[in-house]
Design a protein around this ligand. Structure first.
Ligand code: NAP
Ligand code: MG
Length: 471
């Protein structure tokens, strides 16, 4: 059994004051493989103290110094890429190609932010004012388990680029990834206290970060429920808060699209990251008069989408991260059946031929209405809904009829029409005929998908406050 017994405070690996042991599971087998000793409130306070002490000097470092740090952090994470990939497979169950991408992404975000920082002007003249963007202070960075290493590195890159110092509270379910990333980042040799990594529970360490007066900024990725809680908790000290929350992203397939290419893209958008993705395209909107054709193509395409061991190169959908998540997804499949949706592919229980692990059958419901629970709530598993529309006005109305607004997809051969629709969809990102990511463009949600943006200069600015000096 692997034991993870250390957290990282003030440039040192220390044994947490907290003594709770948390079991780590391999979701592919449902067997425990180790334990992590969790930090508590006292550890969180020490980490905040260290970050506060490091802030005055770090906030006055030059752009060139911070670019150098970001490059060193990039190189450090690159050096553990293989180990990190293996940890992602073992602890999270991401299919190998996805895990490789995730580990590389965790390193790349440092380089991408170094480039943003290079191009960013911290000072500008406005009338008689000299306006300077100044780092906010100590940032609390809270990450989920569905891309833990990537979120740690992405949030840290932006915070440090801005000149903030940080306390990171990663998901305890991702402690193995966190320990590898921490070891690597220590090798980058930044000044002590500039970043601190404290694995512990949300209700303890997370609660300290979202209430402590010395935390100026919280950047959180996770569920909408916890996001709202953090916003309320931070109100007392008026924290600046960035929230990256859930989604229920529509995939608009227009009548003019080539359905032979559109359907595979739609399923890829829905099943990405084993369905455990805030940006997953979970509501597939199709023209009513083409439903039979769509259903036939979905059945054909879904037959090629294998759920199974992440190490198998043919696997497209890995296990759910935890038993709790597996049960949650099963509950939603049950809702779909009870509320009268037509089960097209998949269904309850383990996929055929699999006897252990938290695997779900890649599932697609058809003839779903946008009022059904499976169309309204974020499932966070490989369960998709096909919803029909009569005309494009109705498609647009259904796309926007959701409390969320993180991402939307449009599949069409009519580019001008796609741009017209994109302008009318309430979502932070609209992807037209692509599943690509653009790290220099802002990312984040409209409505209850969040507040604020990450990535690029928008992500950097989220850690800055303007100051006008008039003379
Ligand atoms: P979560 O409960 O929102 O947790 C996300 C992070 O917040 C974890 O590190 C968590 O710590 C921490 N946290 C929990 N309660 C907190 C509190 N009161 N104060 C401060 N921090 C707190 O998400 P989850 O349990 O990992 O996943 C549940 C659902 O969230 C998923 O099913 C999915 O719908 C959604 N989700 C969305 C995204 C996204 O990218 N938008 C990512 C992951 C999950 P603990 O681990 O100790 O609870
Ligand atoms: Mg939770």
């Amino acid at each position: 059994m692997q034991q993870i017994n250390q957290i990282y405070i003030n440039g040192q690996f220390v044994t947490p004051h907290g003594d709770e042991l948390f079991d780590l599971f391999n979701p592919t087998t449902a067997e425990p493989f180790g334990q992590v000793r969790l930090a508590d409130e006292q550890d969180a306070l020490e980490a905040i103290r260290a970050a506060k002490q490091a802030f005055p000097e770090f906030s006055h470092t030059t752009k060139a110094t911070r670019i150098d740090y970001l490059k060193r952090m990039h190189a450090a994470v690159v050096s553990v890429e293989t180990e990190l990939t293996e940890a992602i497979i073992k602890e999270y169950g991401a299919p190998t190609t996805r895990a490789v991408w995730m580990a590389r992404h965790a390193a790349n975000v440092f380089l991408e932010m170094a480039q943003v920082l290079q191009d960013y002007e911290f000072t500008q003249s406005i009338g008689i004012a000299e306006v300077t963007l100044q780092p906010l202070g100590v940032a609390g960075l809270i990450t989920p388990w569905n891309s833990n290493a990537g979120f740690i590195c992405g949030k840290l890159a932006a915070a440090l680029a801005a000149g903030c110092t940080a306390v990171i509270k990663p998901s305890e379910m991702s402690a193995l990834q966190t320990s590898i990333v921490t070891r690597a980042l220590h090798q980058a040799g930044l000044p002590a206290g500039v970043f601190n990594i404290v694995t512990g529970r949300g209700e303890t360490v997370g609660a300290v970060l979202s209430t402590h007066p010395d935390i100026a900024k919280v950047s959180f990725t996770g569920s909408t429920a916890v996001g709202k809680h953090i916003l309320r908790a931070g109100a007392e000290t008026l924290k600046r808060i960035t929230l990256e929350l859930g989604g229920k992203s529509p995939v608009l397939i227009l009548d003019d699209a080539d359905f032979n290419t559109a359907i595979p893209i739609a399923l890829q958008a829905g099943f990405m990251n084993s369905g455990q993705a805030c940006i997953a395209g979970t509501r597939i909107l199709v023209p009513e008069h083409r439903l039979a054709e769509v259903e036939a193509l979905v059945i054909k395409e879904a037959a090629t989408i294998r759920a199974g061991a992440p190490q198998d190169p043919n696997t497209r959908v890995g296990p759910m991260v935890s038993l709790k998540q597996w049960q949650r997804v099963q509950r939603y499949i049950q809702f779909g059946l009870e509320e009268g949706a037509h089960l097209l592919v998949g269904g309850p229980g383990l996929p055929d031929g699999i006897e252990a692990g938290w695997f779900v059958k890649p599932t697609v419901f058809s003839r779903v209405t946008n009022q059904m629970t499976i169309a309204r709530e974020e499932i966070f598993g490989p369960v998709l809904s096909i919803i029909t529309y009569k005309d494009e006005a109705e498609a647009l109305a259904i796309a926007n009829d959701t409390p969320y607004g993180l991402q939307a997809y449009i599949l069409t051969s009519n580019a001008p029409k796609a741009h017209m629709l994109a302008a009318r969809i309430d979502a932070g990102r609209v992807l037209i005929n692509t599943l690509a990511h653009e790290p220099r463009a802002p990312f984040g949600g409209f409505k209850q998908s969040g507040i604020g943006r990450e990535y690029g200069s928008f992500g950097l600015q989220a850690f800055l406050e303007p100051k006008s000096v008039l003379a």
